[in-house]
Ligand binder design. Sequence first.
Ligand SMILES: *Cc1c(COP(=O)(O)O)cnc(C)c1O
Length: 224
Amino acid sequence: MISDNLRKVRQELQNSCALVSRNKEEVTLIGVTKSVDLEKTIELANLGVLDIAENRVGPFLAKKAEMQDFSKIRWHFIGNLQRRKVKSVINEIDYFHALDSLNLAKEIQKRANHCISCFVEVNISGERTKQGILPDELENFINELQFYDKICVVGLMTMAPKYSTEKQQHQIFGQLKSLQVEIAKKELSYALCTQTSMGMTNDFPIAVQEGATYIRIGTALFKE
Ligand SMILES: *Cc1c(COP(=O)(O)O)cnc(C)c1O
């Protein structure tokens, strides 16, 4: 049951916060509904999860259209967004979690009708198959974004490798947090960068211990 699953996730979130003396209100739980239908997505929203993430344009637009009554939902787009699909989706979302190239930034600049809240995706682990800006290139990348007034960098996002040890997860999430803090210190008007989007079903307790402000949870909410 989704309600039982949600209770467990919230409890675990609270425990992780307590471990490091964080206030649980600092962490926003995003429900990742990419693998479930409209009915289950509505069930989750009715349980009070008002941050919802999708990773494919078609299903996202369909769900959003069916859920217009839920005016308080903040829609997050996670995962890869092809440039040719930017136009149809970019003005429909509240947060974009996968800004990872200047070409994509250019397309967003062209299509957005307001400043889009973006997380820059960082490839901390350096896996070749992973999306994301490498840590060494991050400063330059952020610097370039000053010329794109439709991009507001609210934070950084990363994913740990699927099979990683807890020690590796601490390192990866800890490094993302340090990078975020470093950028935030500069107080750039276009990149306040106060947030970190990190932690999924398998690793969110560690991400929270390392300072996550948004966690993206799918499986743990919808498993039978
Ligand atoms: C699917 C997905 C999630 C959720 O993963 P779970 O392991 O199901 O919690 C989070 N972030 C991204 C980018 C995803 O693609």
